[in-house]
Write a protein that binds this ligand. Structure first.
Ligand SMILES: *[C@@H]1O[C@H](CO)[C@@H](O)[C@H](O)[C@H]1NC(C)=O
Ligand SMILES: *[C@@H]1O[C@H](CO)[C@@H](O)[C@H](O)[C@H]1NC(C)=O
Ligand SMILES: *[C@@H]1O[C@H](CO)[C@@H](O)[C@H](O)[C@H]1NC(C)=O
Ligand SMILES: *[C@@H]1O[C@H](CO)[C@@H](O)[C@H](O)[C@H]1NC(C)=O
Ligand SMILES: *[C@@H]1O[C@H](CO)[C@@H](O)[C@H](O)[C@H]1NC(C)=O
Ligand SMILES: *[C@@H]1O[C@H](CO)[C@@H](O)[C@H](O)[C@H]1NC(C)=O
Ligand SMILES: *[C@@H]1O[C@H](CO)[C@@H](O)[C@H](O)[C@H]1NC(C)=O
Ligand SMILES: *[C@@H]1O[C@H](CO)[C@@H](O)[C@H](O)[C@H]1NC(C)=O
Ligand SMILES: *[C@@H]1O[C@H](CO)[C@@H](O)[C@H](O)[C@H]1NC(C)=O
Ligand SMILES: *[C@@H]1O[C@H](CO)[C@@H](O)[C@H](O)[C@H]1NC(C)=O
Ligand SMILES: *[C@@H]1O[C@H](CO)[C@@H](O)[C@H](O)[C@H]1NC(C)=O
Ligand SMILES: *[C@@H]1O[C@H](CO)[C@@H](O)[C@H](O)[C@H]1NC(C)=O
Length: 668
């Protein structure tokens, strides 16, 4: 106790509060008075954006006033034993006087804007068990702990501040510490070897710092450790210590994204209580140890984005609790074993970007739990398993870039939970289940590059659909006017199919539509002038169809259109003069149509070369077209009503020559 009185005297010099004289008297009442004044000092230091910070810390309240302050808990002697300032609009700094609250057991200051250093005096709080300063703006180094400091500290949480320097070194002297979270700061340097001496430690959070060096093997001595978080922003050398196999109490280990190399230690299979094992985004190599199949209680395993090789071990069939299974972005191969389909709780399976071969288990999804399935970019084959949406909650279904064949299961059209459907680049055939075009939650439906046939359903709906791609299939029939329902649509790709009929004018309702590709079909009729209403359009490709009529002037009102491809149709008429004002247009292809008249040579048209206009015998005004304009002058005479400049007579011919010479002058 003497030590602490000494501290108070020191503090008297630091403050000008005459009230502190009282503390020399040792009665409980005066001690409680001291707590009162300390809290007022605290209030004055924690300036908020307004003066009304901590408004109900009212010194005029009935005595003991401070015990009615919000966030304050007193014992029967009106001493403050707990202070909790969470999610309050506080700024300012924490004053060293906080150490005067010498009966404090719990101190939580969380989710405020308090900044500055953590005062070193705080380690003098002899009763303090819980120190939680998470989610504030504290800066500087963690203070030096006074010899014998924090004698009662059990829980230290500094998560998400701006603390710098080395990790606090003397924590092994804290006899009762079991919870240590230093994550989300800017601590650098190595993990102190001495942390392996904090023998009661159950929780160790060092994630999200700037730590480096080797992870000490000796951490394997922390036999009570249940949770360990070392990943993210840290960048260690070397690998996972095999000694971690001795952490027999470990339930959760997260070492994601911290540059670790080498193999996954076989010894991790000894950690029978494992519930969560995250090793993703590292440089781990070698096979997945078969011993991990002994982790019978594992619910989440993430080994994604490493350099792992080999197959999914057969022993994994025992991990019946698995909910989340991430192996994506590795070099794994072999089959997706049958037992994966039988895991009773599996919700999320992501194994994309590997070299898996063979078929997906037919039973996949039959557990009625599946939420997310992504097997993209493997060499999988066979039929799409029929029960993927038996859960009624499948949200993500990504099968793209594999060798799946056969039909898309009809019941997927009734899977209203689907958000993301990507089955492009397979060998799927048959008709698309109509329900896939009526998914209320879906934002993406990609079925491109398959052999799908049949017609589009008359009813198309989807308030959230942003991407709809059927490119490169064998879809026939018309584009239904109900496309106009897809008000969130950004990308519409129906190119390279066998669609016929006209382009529905309802597409003009799609205000957000940015890319429209209908190229390579058999669409006929005119280009709807309503397309001019799609103000977000940046790309229109209607090439290689059977479109007729003229280019609607309204297209020129598309202010951010950068690509317009109308080539290889039967479009006639002149190029609208308004197009010269389309300053965002960088790619224009009007080739192989029946356009006629003069190619504008002003404004944006200075960007385009003659390839943009080739194969339009009636066009003139470019160097190479000028000649054909002359040669075909007679042929064009009949259709010349809208062709006043470059028709049959000699006068237009001279005008054409005139503009040609004009261009040469401009260019020279
Ligand atoms: C301190 O917090 C712990 C848990 O956070 C709680 O169990 C204990 O009752 C609190 N003690 C006081 C004195 O508020
Ligand atoms: C602190 O207060 C917040 C909200 O005011 C509450 O959610 C939290 O549980 C409290 N913490 C402790 C340790 O009492
Ligand atoms: C902290 O400050 C930021 C902006 O400076 C503000 O947006 C935030 O609401 C503040 N937090 C609290 C808990 O007052
Ligand atoms: C605290 O940090 C947050 C997040 O970086 C920042 O938005 C806020 O402005 C900071 N508050 C103060 C008072 O510096
Ligand atoms: C610290 O306080 C925050 C906010 O109240 C809470 O979310 C967090 O769980 C606390 N930490 C500990 C270790 O109790
Ligand atoms: C704390 O660590 C510092 C430097 O690492 C050392 O000088 C000091 O003696 C240590 N204090 C205690 C109490 O262990
Ligand atoms: C990542 O690990 C490798 C191999 O251990 C090491 O050479 C490299 O320095 C580490 N990178 C960083 C940023 O620490
Ligand atoms: C798949 O295997 C091929 C051939 O063995 C190899 O070139 C390719 O890199 C592998 N892909 C992955 C993702 O491992
Ligand atoms: C997977 O398919 C690709 C392309 O068909 C091929 O290059 C690769 O070698 C195949 N890999 C395996 C492991 O079969
Ligand atoms: C789909 O392809 C398979 C062969 O891969 C073929 O047997 C079947 O008839 C095709 N179905 C349709 C509807 O084209
Ligand atoms: C489209 O979905 C809605 C709601 O999910 C449903 O009520 C409606 O019957 C469906 N329409 C068609 C044509 O499938
Ligand atoms: C265009 O229509 C004609 C007949 O009207 C047909 O012969 C031709 O195949 C069609 N071309 C395309 C690309 O659909």
């Amino acid at each position: 106790m003497k030590r602490y009185h000494h501290l108070f005297l020191l503090l008297l010099f630091a403050t000008n509060c005459s009230q502190y004289i009282l503390l020399l008297l040792a009665s409980p009442e005066t001690q409680s008075q001291r707590d009162f004044h300390t809290l007022l000092k605290l209030k004055a230091s924690l300036l908020g954006p307004t003066l009304s910070t901590l408004p109900n810390w009212d010194p005029a309240a009935d005595s003991p006033a401070h015990c009615s302050f919000s966030g304050v808990t007193c014992d029967h002697q009106s001493r403050v034993i707990s202070l909790n300032l969470t999610a309050l609009p506080l700024r300012g700094v924490l004053p060293p006087e906080i150490a005067l609250l010498d009966h404090l057991v719990n101190l939580t200051i969380s989710q405020t804007n308090i900044s500055g250093n953590l005062p070193a005096e705080i380690s003098r709080l002899a009763s303090l068990k819980l120190l939680n300063i998470s989610r504030n703006n504290f800066t500087g180094a963690f203070p030096v702990i006074y010899p014998g400091g924090f004698p009662s500290l059990e829980v230290l949480d500094t998560y998400n501040n701006y603390l710098t320097g080395l990790l606090p070194a003397n924590l092994s002297t804290l006899p009762k510490l079991w919870y240590l979270h230093l994550g989300g700061n800017f601590f650098s340097g190595e993990i102190p070897e001495s942390y392996s001496e904090i023998s009661g430690l159950e929780y160790l959070g060092l994630n999200g710092n700037a730590l480096s060096g080797h992870i000490p093997d000796s951490l394997g001595k922390l036999s009570k450790l249940k949770e360990m978080y070392l990943g993210y922003y840290n960048s260690f050398e070397g690998g996972i210590p095999t000694e971690f196999g001795s952490l027999t109490s470990l339930v959760r280990l997260d070492m994601g994204g911290c540059n670790i190399t080498g193999p996954i230690p076989v010894t991790l299979g000894q950690l029978k209580n494992f519930n969560i094992l995250f090793l993703q985004m590292n440089h781990l190599t070698g096979p997945i140890p078969a011993t991990l199949g002994l982790l019978l209680y594992l619910e989440a395993l993430d080994f994604s984005s490493n350099e792992l090789t080999g197959e999914i071990p057969a022993t994994f069939s025992q991990m019946k609790q698995l909910k989340l299974f991430h192996l994506f972005n590795n070099h794994l191969q072999g089959n997706v074993p049958q037992f994966i389909g039988e895991l009773p709780y599996l919700e999320i399976l992501q194994i994309w970007e590997n070299n898996f071969t063979g078929e997906l288990p037919e039973s996949l999804g039959s557990n009625r739990r599946l939420i997310k399935l992504d097997v993209a970019t493997n060499n999988l084959t066979g039929l799409v398993p029929p029960n993927l949406c038996a859960s009624g909650q499948l949200e993500v279904l990504v099968l793209m870039e594999n060798g799946f064949f056969g039909p898309i299961p009809e019941n997927l059209g009734r899977c209203n939970s689907l958000c993301h459907v990507r089955m492009g680049k397979n060998f799927l055939n048959g008709t698309v289940p109509p329900g896939l075009f009526n998914l209320s939650r879906a934002d993406m439906l990609e079925l491109n590059d398959n052999f799908l046939s049949g017609k589009l359903p008359p009813i198309i709906n989807g308030d959230r659909l942003e991407t709809l791609s059927l490119s490169n299939n064998q879809i026939t029939g018309r584009i239904p006017p109900s496309m106009g329902n897809l008000l969130a649509l950004l990308t519409l790709s129906f190119d390279q199919n066998r669609l016929s009929g006209s382009i529905p004018s309802d597409i003009g309702k799609l205000n957000h539509l940015s890319k429209l590709n209908l190229s390579g079909n058999s669409l006929s009729g005119e280009i709807p002038s309503e397309l001019g209403g799609c103000g977000s359009m940046s790309l229109i490709d209607l090439s290689r169809n059977n479109l007729t009529g003229v280019i609607p002037d309204e297209i020129a009102s598309l202010k951010i259109l950068s690509t317009l491809n109308l080539s290889r149709n039967h479009i006639s008429g002149e190029i609208p003069k308004e197009f010269t004002q389309m300053t965002s247009l960088t790619t224009l292809d009007l080739s192989f149509n029946n356009l006629y008249g003069e190619v504008p040579r002003q404004g944006q048209f200075l960007v385009f070369n003659e390839n943009s206009f080739a194969g339009n015998p009636g066009l003139c005004g470019t160097p190479s077209h000028n000649a054909s304009c002359v040669a075909r002058a007679g042929a064009n005479a009949n259709s010349g009503e809208r062709d006043p400049l470059c028709g049959a007579s000699a006068k237009p011919f001279f005008l054409c020559m005139g503009s040609f010479i004009g261009i040469l002058i401009i260019l020279s």
